[in-house]
Design a protein around this ligand. Structure first.
Ligand SMILES: [Zn+2]
Length: 428
């Protein structure tokens, strides 16, 4: 009988592991035909044979009067240990539980001197079970000529296609159900097929493409992808604005948007509660949304941007907004504020979906009130050198000041006074 298993060999006297970890092996058991004795009976010697990566010819162990112990406590987990007297070695075996049970039963019969069909293997001529090659899980294409003409193995977990002048992501890639990492950086992609949103990727590398050309973000609406993605790189894509659907990727841990032309980040970025590192260096950011402070960012890189205060025109507009602030608030905004205020659970059974989005994405005043849009009742203020206390590491060009945009729910809000006391405001 032969089984395919993983075996680690431990020498009991030296405590040295012949194999540092379990290796793919074949274990065989059977009789070796010996020479005939004086009475004409052939002597049969029961042997176990171990083929592992290191011993291509196999290591032989005598079985009769040579088995020191057989530990089967974890047989249901597919684990057992067989110890021999000579050599003083323990075989730590991992295998399919049913096969392992069968093998140990055969061993028992052999040790009791009984005959069994499973023992009729000629151990002298036994060979290792050929191991099927591992299914391919990784593929790297680093130039156009390496692109597989026959298609991709269905078993791929990680696929890298760099610098291959790719203008389109093939539909086939979107059907690789096992894929968790996709790196198609450094190509010429202008759009991503919406089907990609159905893949549960954890890492998506899209840097150095041309996605800002068409600004087609349909693929971001895929619920699978938006729930699974941890790392996204959209650097160097000519983006002129932050893709709105991106704020729904609530599990994102790392987001890279370097070398684009972003002028602002949305207040709704506060929805990315899992975000720990945000890279927006070499863009055209004029300010950061104060909502950044609602996140727990370990690393924020805003080096090489153009932070600045409002221009005179915008300031004028702001003061007009401030003076005309007696418009009644719409009912839905009041409803959203009430839900947020009482910290009611945002469950789809009790709160309409539109309200959930509103509550998780709307800009918040320093006092905590939601401000849906920058209407008359809202007041946007730009503060210089904001104190982001929740950001552990902030990288920015020292010659520039950082500005942040803060929303104030109305001229009578107490936060307005508080803000004046805290920061040097750009305008009163
Ligand atoms: Zn307020």
């Amino acid at each position: 009988m032969k089984i395919l298993c993983e075996v680690q060999v431990v020498n009991r006297t030296t405590q040295a592991n012949r194999t540092p970890r379990p290796v793919k092996s074949t274990l065989a058991i059977g009789y070796k035909q010996g020479a005939s004795d004086s009475n004409g009976n052939t002597k049969k010697e029961l042997e176990m044979l171990l083929f592992s990566g290191t011993t291509k010819t196999g290591t032989r162990y005598k079985v009769r009067d040579n088995v020191q112990a057989v530990h089967t406590k974890f047989i249901l987990d597919g684990k057992a240990t067989i110890g021999f007297h000579q050599p003083a070695e323990n075989l730590l075996i991992k295998c399919d539980p049913i096969q392992l049970k069968g093998f140990l039963q055969t061993l028992k019969l052999g040790m009791e001197g009984k005959d069994a069909i499973n023992l009729r293997l000629n151990i002298a001529a036994a060979t290792a079970i050929p191991q099927k090659s591992q299914p391919q899980q990784r593929m790297v294409v680093s130039k156009r000529s390496e692109y597989p003409i026959k298609g991709f193995p269905r078993t791929l977990k990680s696929l890298t296609i760099n610098n291959s002048q790719l203008v389109k992501l093939s539909f086939e890639i979107c059907t690789l159900r096992n894929l968790t990492t996709l790196d198609v950086g450094g190509n010429k992609l202008t759009k991503i097929p919406p089907e990609l949103g159905r893949l549960p990727l954890t890492t998506l590398q899209l840097s150095g493409n041309c996605l800002g050309e068409l600004n087609d973000w349909c693929w971001m609406r895929g619920t699978k992808l938006s729930q699974s993605l941890r790392e996204l790189d959209l650097s160097s894509n000519g983006l002129t604005y932050f893709p709105p659907a991106l704020v729904k990727f609530e599990r994102l841990v790392s987001l890279k948007l370097n070398h684009n032309q972003l002028t602002r980040l949305p207040f709704a970025i506060r929805r990315l509660q899992g975000l720990r590192s945000l890279h927006v260096c070499s863009n055209k950011l004029e300010s950061l949304p104060a909502a950044i402070e609602d996140l727990r960012i370990d690393l924020l890189d805003v080096w090489g941007n153009c932070f600045r205060g409002f221009n005179a025109e915008a300031a004028q507009l702001q003061s007009q907004r401030l003076s005309a602030s007696n418009t009644p608030q719409p009912l839905w905004l009041q409803a959203a504020r009430a839900v947020a205020n009482y910290k009611l659970p945002l469950s789809a059974d009790s709160v309409p979906a539109i309200l959930i989005e509103l509550i998780s994405e709307a800009p918040k005043c320093l006092c905590g009130k939601l401000c849906y849009a920058l209407r008359q009742e809202d007041l946007l203020q730009r503060v210089i050198q904001p104190k982001f206390t929740n950001i552990k590491n902030l990288t920015y060009s020292r010659e520039h000041q950082i500005y942040a945009d803060v929303v104030i729910c109305g001229p009578n809000c107490s936060a307005s006074q508080q803000l004046k006391a805290l920061f040097a405001l750009m305008f009163p």
